[in-house]
Design a protein around this ligand. Sequence first.
Ligand code: AMP
Length: 629
Amino acid sequence: MRGVNHKEPMAERVIGIDLGTTNSCVATVEGGVPKVIANKGGYKTTPSMVAITDSGRRLVGHIAKRQAITNASNTVYAAKRLIGRKWSHPTVQQARQVLPYKLVEGDTGDVRIELRGTASSISEISAVVLSEMKKIAEEYFGGPVEKAVITIPAYFNDGQRQATKDAGKIAGLDVIRIINEPTAAALAYGYKKNIKKRVAVFDLGGGTFDISVLDIQDGVFEVLATAGDTYFGGEDFDQRIVEWLVFGFAKEHRLDLRTDAMALQRLRDAAEQAKMQLSVTPSAEINLPFIMSPSPASGKTDALHLQRTLTREKLEDMTADLVERSIEICDRMLKEARIQKEEIEEVVLVGGQTRMPKVQQVVKEYFGIDPVKSVHPDEVVALGAAVQAAALVGAQEEGKQPDLLLLDVTPHQLGIMIAGGYFNTLIPANSTVPTSSMHTFTTVRDAQTAVKIVVLQGDSEVANQNELLGEFLLTGLPSRPRGEIEVDVKFDISPDGIVSVSARDKSTGVQQSIQVTATNRLSEDEMKRILSTNEEFAVAEKNTEMFTKVKNDVERHMRDVDKLMPLVKDFITGSDFGDDALKKVEAVKERAKKAIQRQDVEALKDVQELLDRAVSMLKGVAERIASKK
Ligand code: AMP
């Protein structure tokens, strides 16, 4: 594999992005070594948070997180929990109850987030985070980056995968592959290690849980089985603490903290902090002064404070069922894939929530082995994505097969609806991708001239209990008695796990095919609109950055002028040149002040040069005075 070096201008720059529920991370491969790229603040992960301020500015990452408490209803976190979901999905309705920002239904039955009166799709919000990761990489490389591998939870369905790809496109990325997070972690773990092992990757992040079992051997990473829950993660642990705090406060003061968005945001922050602290200490203090005003009925006037001690034991007690749920999913997956626990030689822990000692203990007890400690749970997924990106691009440039081979599986069953409303599986779960499968169906009515192909993904035998991926009509069939017309239906799943389906009438050869488009996906028109609004934001952001830069420079010049002026004033006053020059300098200073007030970057740029010249002139005079003394 060819390493990518930012000092070599000709090398293709490729990145791997872990688009996390809570935090995101970007990595690349340099000189054959995968490495995480830190953001400007020096942090290796960036909060997956997006906010719109009251002046309409868009903020992302740490800066969005820092203002979340005072701008809770316009700050988005955990958008990944909603990506590719339909409005009617129970998890969306559940999310509406707890999120401080507003969810609304989109025209196609998708979920939108309303910030300061404007509704955005979840792909758009995720794109803002992806753009930020792209920007971090571009600042590091000192030039543009387009090609990226993005990771997703293994258990994401087709709609969630497509929505993530859309987000990449909106962010201006060429998404060369979407790969599953646990698989990426295994890639980073086994990369260049010459190991031959059966490995389980237990990935409990902020919002999703995945378990995958892989065989790693000589650069071949073969996923044997995967399972998970795309609405289960660290956020649920935080929520338990929030509920405990809310309940305790309500009992004491008869007030519901959830009615106040700012208080709720403070509770969430404090809950997460306490949870993280409890991974290292046996107890944690939660202190939230001035959390709410007392109710008028109480007759009290002083603001209320919240102060509680949470012990590790209590936290483990409150979240025991969550930890148990992760083990149940592991158990179900191993049974379905007919893999014995004893066959697993290594367990790799991924995702921030696996830092909780109880999670580590339960995983150790279940698998009967000590989990691997050598990987960094927050960085390993992005590193694996970078390894895959470099392998794909390196191989393409050199015109050969990648020197590592990734064989992943599809997490859900795929099939179509058949007569009676049943679900007919065409591709079983845990089939290696890319894959295809063909089945022949016959007409069920006499003189039936059209068939409707309803494509579904899920585990239920009843069609409408599964996720609808799309539907299409195969028309123009010859009119014959039922059972006589045969239709071949072919499913293809790409290496990204994305589905396309075709149907062919065997007698006439008439064929229809579609790339299954989730019913709640963004239309092409909408995509165009988003891309152009994004450009506006990009220009707006650039302008703000540019304005600050020029303003700082101008202010520095004005300070220099103020320092030099008293030194030279007496010397040059009285001469024509001197009086004129002084007037001009004063006038430029006035123009600069006005330009700053108006935030007019172009006007500031004009005075920037004049001030620069004025400072040089004044410095020259001051030097002359000094040499005369
Ligand atoms: P990830 O999606 O991998 O970035 O994981 C983020 C989740 O890990 C969040 O829910 C965090 O609260 C949680 N987390 C991070 N550090 C710790 C820790 N030390 N103990 C418990 N949970 C943690």
